[in-house]
Design a protein around this ligand. Structure first.
Ligand SMILES: Cc1cc2nc3c(=O)[nH]c(=O)nc-3n(C[C@H](O)[C@H](O)[C@H](O)COP(=O)(O)OP(=O)(O)OC[C@H]3O[C@@H](n4cnc5c(N)ncnc54)[C@H](O)[C@@H]3O)c2cc1C
Length: 407
């Protein structure tokens, strides 16, 4: 039996920060919009990856209060999120500001904004499985939900899948860095019953050194010391970010990178926690929850009509077709280093993301938002943060509506 067909002006695939913003922007302009998400909640890395802080919402500068970079959906969403239980107003981190939030609050707010967004149909537990393309246009996308298969016809499509799955299935130009050159994935997990009052910056540093020594001495699995301890607003809680180095190196022929990362991440997390428990501050610590999926910083990207470069970012380049402003440093989590390396723009400087980075080079009604936008590996190290994903999402939604109106 042929699947049911439902017709839309705009179909957005992927309900992470970028897809959420794109769908709300499109529906808010009256376009009949579908938002397709494979999980049972929205947020993508922001929720399923348990990220916990939104970066890239405010101008990066050494002094002064937080200044929103993109006044539309990103700023409105951030203000509402900051007022949710367990969330906080923006806090300064060195030269930048971040907005701390809980993944549950993000999901709930995403439910609220999609429910109030106009003609928007939300498909949760819905996987994109095929794309129908005729010539330079995508005609429809096929989606399998838990109970049926539906063909969603579209005047314009936004690929906000993080992995450029629409573009890939449509045969549009995409690129990926070689696995060993990609940014490292990380597993994020929460520890409870830590003596956080005694865990000052000195204690943290000593602890990271102890982990590195234990790894060198073979007391921890290789790579287990690549740990960052993040603060939490909840007493006794510490958010751990374990960067998963060495996975590609150990992958056997035909092995699947993400499968290996998921399993190895949990193995290393357990070993790290066992080690930490030998220290007085962590004696009663346990893992209360871990992200349902390993956090992926970089995968496939669309080749658009322009590719954002490292030089564009660091030079604070402006474009006539600017659709979003950004100023987060280039943040790279690479093999062979502990933690991230940062390259900053000049103090207070911003760069533009041009609309051409959100438009497929060779499919006329395909737009892209979020971490699969058209950018080089280095430029993506800045443009992938959630604040920028919200901004490119909103912009892609608007571009898609315009294309649908022309059709
Ligand atoms: C470990 C880690 C730490 C990070 N820390 C920070 C931080 O502190 N602050 C910050 O701002 N940024 C941080 N980032 C970056 C940021 O979280 C992501 O780049 C951003 O959230 C990406 O948003 P997105 O909407 O583009 O993609 P994603 O969040 O990946 O969303 C894509 C969505 O598409 C869905 N999808 C994919 N394929 C399909 C399919 N076939 N069918 C249906 N749905 C599909 C996915 O389920 C997902 O919901 C971090 C990233 C990682 C991995």
């Amino acid at each position: 039996m042929d699947p049911a067909r439902v017709s839309y002006d705009v179909v957005v695939v992927g309900g992470g920060a970028a897809g959420l913003a794109a769908a709300v922007a499109a529906a808010g302009r009256g376009a009949r919009t579908a938002l397709v998400e494979r999980y049972g909640f929205l947020g993508g890395m922001a929720t399923a990856g348990m990220v916990g802080t939104i970066c890239g919402l405010y101008r990066a500068t050494k002094a002064g209060p937080p200044e929103p970079l993109n006044p539309g959906f990103p700023d409105l969403f951030a203000r509402r999120l900051a007022a949710m239980p367990g969330c906080e107003p923006p806090v300064r981190r060195g030269r930048t500001f971040v907005l701390p939030y809980t993944p549950f609050a993000f999901m709930c707010l995403a439910d609220e904004v999609t429910a109030g967004a106009g003609p928007l149909d939300l498909y949760l537990h819905a996987h994109l499985t095929a794309v129908e393309r005729h010539g330079e246009r995508i005609e429809s996308v096929r989606v399998t939900t838990w109970e049926r298969t539906v063909e969603l016809t579209a005047q314009a499509v936004v690929d906000a899948s993080g992995d450029a799955v629409v573009a890939y299935r449509a045969g549009a130009a995409t690129e990926t860095s070689a696995p060993a050159d990609r940014q490292l994935p990380s597993l994020i997990f929460a520890l409870q019953q830590v003596d956080t009052a005694a865990l000052g910056s000195g204690a943290r540093l000593a602890l990271l050194r102890a982990l590195a020594t234990a790894e060198q001495e073979g007391k921890l699995p290789k790579g287990a010391a690549n740990l960052t301890l993040g603060p939490s607003a909840q007493p006794g809680e510490v958010i751990c970010k374990l960067a998963l180095s060495g996975i590609v190196e150990e992958l056997g022929p035909g092995g699947d990178l993400l499968t290996a990362a998921e399993q190895e991440g949990r193995r290393r997390a357990r070993a790290v926690v066992e080690f930490l428990k030998s220290l007085p501050l962590f004696a009663r610590a346990f893992v209360s929850h871990a992200a349902p999926q390993v956090g992926v910083r970089e995968s496939r990207r669309i080749i658009g009509r322009y590719q954002l470069t490292r030089d564009d970012v660091l030079a604070g380049r402006k474009f006539e077709d600017a659709v979003a402003r950004a100023s987060w440093p280039i943040e790279l989590w690479a093999e062979g280093q502990l933690g991230a390396l940062y390259e900053y723009l000049d103090d207070g400087e911003t760069y533009d993301i041009p609309g051409r980075c959100l438009q497929s080079r060779d499919v006329s009604n395909l737009f892209v938002a979020g971490r699969c936008l058209s950018a080089t590996h280095e430029a993506l190290g800045s443009a992938r943060v959630i604040g920028s994903c919200l901004a490119t999402g909103e912009a892609a939604g608007v571009l898609a509506v315009r294309r649908a109106e022309e059709a």
